[in-house]
Structure formats: structure tokens, C-alpha cells
Design a protein around this ligand. Sequence first.
Ligand code: HDE
Length: 714
Amino acid sequence: MSLSNGLEKLGLNGASGDKKAADLQKNTVDYHAPENRITTDFGVKQANTDDWLKVATEDHTGPQLLEDHMGREKIHRFDHERIPERVVHARGAGAFGNFKMHKSLEKYTCAKVLTDTSRSTPVFERFSTVLGSRGSADTVRDTRGFALKFYTEEGNWDIVGNNIPVFFIQDAIKFPDVIHAGKPEPHNEVPQAQTAHNNFWDFQYLHTEATHMFMWTNSDRGIPRSYRMMQGFGVNTYTLYNANKERFLVKFHFKPQLGVHSFVWDEALKLAGQDPDFHRKDLYEAIDNGLFPKWDFGVQVIPEGDQDKFEFDPLDATKVWPEELIPIEYVGELELNRNVDEYFTETEQVAFCTGHIVPGIGFSDDPLLQGRNFSYSDTQLSRLGTNWQELPINRPVCPVMNQNRDGAMRHRITKGQVNYWPNRFEATPPAKVEEGAYEDIPTKVEGMKTRLRSKKFREHYNQAQLFYNSLAPHEKAHLAASLAFELDHCDDPWVYNKMSERLTDIDLGLAQQVAELVGADEIPQKEGRPNHGKKAKGLSQADFMPENPTIESRRVAIIIADGYDPVAYNAILGALKGAKALPYTIGPRRTAIYAAGEDKNSGAKGVKPDHHLEGMRSTMFDSVFIPGGQQSIETLRKMGRAVQWVREAYGHLKAIGATGEAVDLVKYACEIPGMDFSTSADVVNSYGVVTVGKVQPESFKEGLQMVKGAKDFL
Ligand code: HDE
């Protein structure tokens, strides 16, 4: 492994462009350097770290000696390796990258990171699930965190967002309640990383403000295919201010260039057991292969003073700002291009805070945001300790100097005779605005001191209906199935009856469908809140198909057994590699597989599969290809696991390709009604299944016949 993972690939050996990469190098050591020898923590070389110092002879082992300071150090350090996991978002994966603006936002802000189009700002991003513990599975139904740290020249700026644009609650004071209700129940600590339980749905019923958000989490958004294929939203309303001190309310958006894609529920459920690290590995694999995920960065902006013009309150985090009213301006790009060197010191120790803003960016009176500003820096104290700001991953790339001193584990040594301001030396004076100081724009506030929510905050159903109405028919079907799954796991009739009733506030048909499935009381035809019938764009995932769909970075399994057709195999392998997909050969075993006509005894080498059929499952791939070859297909057809691979891929709506004799295997495995599988047909493309019955080398003339079919379907 290289010194700093991927740095060389990017030409970032510390001397060039990326200041954060160079900064981290100062703390990076290479465990694999040939001159290394094991030492104690204090640098004394050690000759034996396998045997405790003890009184022993060749024949007899006597007592161990407390004297062994090296043995004690090793055990003592191990005993204290764990730190508290995050109270929410404990499970995550991170990567480095950079952020560029292609259009300046100077009309709204003086923040250099948002106006200087010549800059490339280093970033660290951490994706996460919310409810599960650090060791839980990646593919559970949940919201995903989308937390970004921009290491700007003016200090760190954090957007601590999610992949869903709204939240369960409106006021930060409710956060412990919603999280307690969603986490495992207190009496038996069950279930892990699931919202499918009584307490979660009890809370959802009793808090009507959560209605909009639970519709999102139970839609396909709750089970993303990849961190690389999710939108990111700042969720809370921030402010921007420009050089004229004019202020604007703003929402931040990130749109994945790969499109927004999800699993189907059965796939997500199975993956949670078959490969709990699926998302983490997917991110690492793509970056490691140079297939860097990118997002378009956009803003929605409301001039200060216009916020009362809408039927919703723009400070209410349970509401979206419909694009028809407030369009998104896409002005920049985020790219992730470097994996971490070490998980703990980087991904685990990174500390995001909504309170981290830079000049040109400010907060709003969003009551969720104001509470978050307290919570994030507070939680870092119990997780990381007083001087968490000094950790390499958290420190900024610009100078830091102030009178905040000491505390446990202080690293910096600050020279000088004084540590206060003003001082007789005029050492470290405050900065002027012209020197880049943060400016608090004077704002008039008035009102009663009271525990109240404003009137518009009390409307909770319009946007839940808007979301539901905007979904494509298949998304509505998935949503109903998800709600039925969740409520089926609730054994308290109070919970599933009440929740089924709540659904009538969104859509009567949906409520009736779910009530019937979960065994709730029948919902009469006339009941329910009238649906306003409105829709908005950008709520359905179907609105995010990329202009040029790509198979790049998609995992494709090519299944072969002895006697496979080498023409089809090599053609598809070449085509997939050429299209920057990630092909994996799968066989009944991992030792060499021989093509038709190849003879092991005459020195043929065969192909060594990447995996065997039991080691990996179809769930781990986006697409499956099976080349023909009579003997190969006969073998696969007799293997239950091989047939299940193909059948399951079809059931999970994946692109499947087959040639020659393999067409019959697909037909047998999938029992696709009405599809013409006549082996004499040249190319059949239906339901995402592409088959070439009569294989000629010219079938692959363009090389991409199958790839094209898969691409259109992915
Ligand atoms: Fe968080 N949230 N949150 N949250 N949140 C944390 O901070 C909190 C909320 C989000 O990868 C904690 O460092 C409160 C909304 C992400 O390290 C904690 C409220 C959104 C992450 C905390 C919210 C988020 C966190 C736990 C209600 C989307 C992971 C560990 C007002 C915009 C960041 C930590 C990472 C983490 C508090 C609501 C996103 C306890 C009080 C809304 C992505 O401080």
C-alpha cells in the first residue's frame, strides 16, 4: 500500500495543489516502510512482542512478571482503543475530494468558496446511516447522512446534510425524542438499525409534523443503491450575504451525475446479511478504480423580506421549497477522488458542526438549525475530547490563532508572554472586515419570549400529499409495500391502526391498501383528507435520470462454467472494460475454468474466476451476463445456485444478457411470459433482458451490443 492512498495517482504528493492533502501528510506515516522496526510508544526498539516476560525454563512456564513494561503497554493501549460511537450516524464511510464553482454566486454572497471560480477547495465527505450502531449493515432502510467539510482558505465550512430534503421534526428540542423512538427499544435493545417497530411508528403517529419525512424514508430514497447515486441536501435554511450586506435565505443541493438510483427492498434486505459493507465497499471501489463520483452543486435562494410570500414557512425543515416556486441554480461541482488512508483517524475522528460557517454565509432562525449549532460541537466533547479541533482531519488549512488554550491533550505549543486581548504587546489583534473577518450583519428582531411555533409550522400534510402525488406509479407501489412491511413488524394494534388511519391524511387508496395488508381496521371509503392533487418536480427519483446514462462503475457478473463460449466471453469482457464498467467473472469454483475447445492437459491456462457462485450473490451486481457454450450451460442449469442467480437478478429488475445456449438458461430461470426466446432470433431486448440467440463474431461488431442494452436499463 502506498504512503498516502491515491495521492500519487492525483499527483498530490504534498507539494502540489491540495492543501489539506499536504497538511495530512505531516501526520502520516507508512507502516510498510522497509526501515521500520517495532518500537514502544516511546521509540525503544523491541525484540519480542509475542512473549510476555516471565520466569520460565525449557520445560516449565512460571509466573509472568509485572515488570514487563512492554507487555503492559501493549495490553494497556489495546484496552483503551474504543471511543464512544456517534449517538446518531454511527455507521459511515468517507472520502476526500474537491469542490469547484463554475459560476460565481457573488450576487448573493461574498463567500470566496462560492464566488472564486478559479479555486479548487479540498473537501472531506462522510456518508452514513442514522439509526444503526457502528457495526450495523449499510443497506437498511434509513435516511443517509451527507456531511461535507470544506477546507476553505477562510476556515472550515461544514454542510451537515442528508439524502432527504426534509426532517422528522421542526424544533431541535424534539431530537432526543425522535431518536430514542427510532433506536432499539429500551427494554430489550431490539431492533438494530430498523424503523420497523412499535416505538418508531408510535412517535410518527403522535407527531404529525413527521408525516412528510416518513413518506420520504419509506420511498425508494430510504434504500439507495450507492452513496454515489444519492442527492445531498443541506436541509436547514442558511443565509448568504453579499458585499452590499443584502441577505438571502438559502438551501444547498447536490445532484449526483450518475442519477438517483435505489435497490428494490428484497435486494436491500438480503444485502444487509450477504454484504453488510456494500455501500462502504462500493464507494471505495469506485474511487480506487479512478471512477470518481461527482455531484452538481446548486442553491435555492429567497431574498430576505420575501419569506412570508409562501404558503409554507421557508424556515420549517419539514418542508421543501418547490422548484416551481424557487428554482435551483446549479453553479458548482463536487468530486470525490481519494480514499482515506486510515478509517479511525480520518472517517471516525472527523467532526462536523453546522456552526462551522465562513464569511458570506450565516444562519437563519430555523429552530432546528439553531439547536443543531449547539449539539454538534457539544457532542464532539464526549466523543473526541476537548481539543478535537486540533485533530489532523479537523484542523483548517488556514492559520488559527486565539486565546483558547490548554485542556486535555492540547497539541499546539503557542509561543508568547500573553494569552489575552487587549494586551500591551498588541499581539494577535482582532481582524478587520477588510482583512476577511466574519461580519455579523445587524438584523432587527422582535416578538414575545415564548415556547410557540408559528402558524405555518402547524400545517403538516400538504407537502406529504405533494410528495406522494409526484411519485411515479412504481414508486407509489414501493412506498405502500414499505409501509406495509414496517407496520407488519409492529405487533401493537394501537400502532398499526392509528398509523393506517394517519395515511388517510395523505391518500385514501394508500391507507386502505396498507390497512388491509397489515390487518388494521377497515378504512371506510368516505374517510380521509381531500388530496389537493398538486405535484412538483424533483421529488420523484424518476426526474433524475442522467442525460447520458452510463454503465461506468457498474458491477457486472459474467457467469461461466467449463465449456463456455470464449468469443462471447472475451467480447463482453472487453466491451465492459472499454465502457469503464467493473466486470467480475463468476464460476462454480475459483480455480481455472476452461473454454469450449480448451484442453487443460495440453497446457491451456483457462480463466480464473474472481469469485465462485456461492461466495458472491446476484445482489452484489447491477447486471449479469451469461455466454453460451453447450457444456457450460448444461452444468449451470443443473446448479440450483446458478439458476437462482439469474432468477433473482431478473426479480430485482437487473439488466441480463445471454448468448447462444445461455438464452435457454435465462428462459428456464426467469420464466418470462410472452418473451420470444427463439434461439434463431438475432437480438431480443425486453424487460431489461438482452439475448443474442445465434452468436456470430459480428454480433459483437460494435462490441457494445449488450452494454448498450444494460445501459438503457440501469
Ligand atoms: Fe444531526 N447530529 N442532528 N442531523 N447529523 C449528529 O453530531 C442533531 C439533523 C446529521 O458524519 C451528531 O457529530 C440534532 C438534521 C449528519 O459525523 C449530533 C438535530 C440533519 C450527522 C446531531 C439533528 C442531520 C449528524 C451525532 C435536530 C440533516 C453525521 C454525532 C435539531 C440536515 C455527521 C455528531 C458525521 C450527526 C444532532 C438533526 C444530519 C448529536 C440535535 C436535520 C449527516 O450532534
